[in-house]
Design a protein around this ligand. Structure first.
Ligand SMILES: *Cc1c(COP(=O)(O)O)cnc(C)c1O
Length: 431
């Protein structure tokens, strides 16, 4: 459930609001394209997920570490941090964002395939609660860095459970051939190595098998294997305090066909798989929390009707603002902000102005009649939208707005063209 609903507009025709603010009012005040997020939806998604887990496993210690890369805006992280969320981070920049947003270090997990020495040192100095080690070479570097700093960081070993899952090949991370994590046998060896080191404190094992997962079976298979690993390690006399089960639960992308499981069903599965195993749990949801808490509002530039064949709705947002359709062939609901007069729909390609054929948001999408200047909403755009945006085609980063009740605030402002150009000093020999 989200807080983007139709309400009667000035002419009586319904138009899309975010909580108690019409999207048209934000577009008027801030300009388009603009990302708009709903506080009530962010809070609801986090609370529903955490409460479902806690209800299914009363008394179990849970850390719900929001995956910052899904939407790394400080105000979004802070909204969640105030509810007790931790942060799953994949770079020094993300750790800094989490800290700046008020996430305490003891709720920050540092994941990632290629953490640099400088990033590992920073994470140790901040005292994050878990560094998820993904390779033997990383374990060795981390031990050396910790020794040099006289520290003993808490680590988990990221395991690749060799289970395929995720909405698209590019967001499936749990197969043996993907670059993430180590095998079960390597995990046992590395865990014992870490336990023998005076500079490392192994606290757990972690997995994350993919994103936009809409079927519980691969998750259940992976979690069952992870339980087996915990039991193996304990049989070898090693202490394992925490099992980090990653993120990846999918979300409904409006009229898209897939129907992901409810958090309560997911939580019941986790409880069943881990029944009788005494261990703290960590989760790293990203998309689940933010995807349906955000929309991208754009303006129609014009409708380009070929004399024969296709019609194109050209909007002022492009692949640099919302990359998912280009990168993952992802589906987004697309609708006019102000509903029309019930005229018949027409199939159109919805495209941006960027000079790439890939800059296509949808093909043959049925839409009501649209005209230049009409506002268009891309739904479910809160995750992997703004956080993946770039300035390709020299289009400045677009603003982000957070709504709470009848208030809204710009939480990332649009840079000026002058600011964009000022980052690029000319060398003196060209001056
Ligand atoms: C991206 C990522 C997540 C979040 O995935 P979602 O599909 O957005 O829930 C969690 N953990 C790790 C390690 C990740 O890389």
């Amino acid at each position: 459930m989200d807080h983007f609903q139709d309400r009667p507009g000035p002419t009586g025709a319904p138009e899309l609001w975010c909580e108690d603010v019409p999207l048209a009012e934000i577009a008027e005040a801030v300009g388009t394209p603009v990302y708009v997020y709903s506080t009530a939806t962010l809070e609801r998604h986090f609370t529903v997920f955490r409460d479902a887990l806690q209800a299914a496993m009363p008394g179990r210690r849970l850390l719900v570490a929001y995956a910052v890369k899904a939407n790394s805006n400080l105000a979004v992280i802070r909204t969640l941090a105030r509810l007790g969320a931790g942060a799953d981070t994949v770079s020094e920049g993300e750790i800094r964002r989490a800290l700046a947003a008020g996430v305490p270090p003891e709720r920050i997990v540092f994941s990632g395939v290629g953490k640099t020495d400088a990033e590992l040192a920073f994470a140790i100095d901040q005292g994050v609660c878990e560094i998820n080690v993904e390779a033997e070479a990383e374990l060795e570097r981390l031990a050396a860095i910790a020794e040099a700093r006289g520290a003993r960081p808490a680590i988990a070993i990221r395991v690749n459970p060799d289970v395929g899952a995720g909405g698209h090949a590019k967001i499936s991370t749990g197969k043996a051939e993907s670059k993430f994590g180590v095998s079960f046998s390597e995990a046992r060896r590395l865990y014992a190595r870490a336990a023998a080191s005076p500079f490392l404190r192994p606290v757990g094992v972690a997995c994350h098998i993919g994103s936009q997962i809409t079927d519980l079976a691969p998750l259940e298979a992976a979690f069952t294997r992870m339980r087996g690993l915990v039991e193996d390690l304990r049989r070898e006399g090693l202490s394992v305090e925490r099992l980090d089960l990653g993120g990846g639960l999918g979300v409904p992308y409006f009229d898209a066909p897939e129907a992901p499981p409810l958090p309560s069903i997911y939580a019941a599965m986790v409880a069943r798989v881990l029944d009788g195993l005494d261990i703290d749990l960590a989760f790293e949801p990203g998309r689940l929390i933010v995807a349906n808490a955000g929309v991208l509002v754009a303006t129609a530039i014009h409708v380009h009707r070929r004399a024969e064949g296709r019609s194109f709705l050209v909007v002022d947002a492009a692949m640099n603002d919302l990359l998912r359709p280009t990168l993952y062939e992802a589906y987004h609901g697309i609708r006019p902000v102000r509903s029309g007069n019930g005229a018949p729909e027409e199939a159109m390609d919805v495209v941006g102005p960027v000079c790439e054929t890939g800059d296509t948001f949808a093909r043959d999408r049925p839409l009501p009649p649209m005209a230049a200047g009409d506002l268009v909403a891309f739904q479910s755009a809160g995750a992997y939208g703004a956080s993946m945006s770039s300035e390709y085609n020299s289009r400045p980063l677009i603003p982000e707005v957070l709504v709470s009740g009848d208030r809204f605030s710009v939480i990332r402002r649009r840079p000026t063209f002058e600011e964009m150009l000022a980052r690029e000093p000319l060398p003196d020999w060209l001056g």
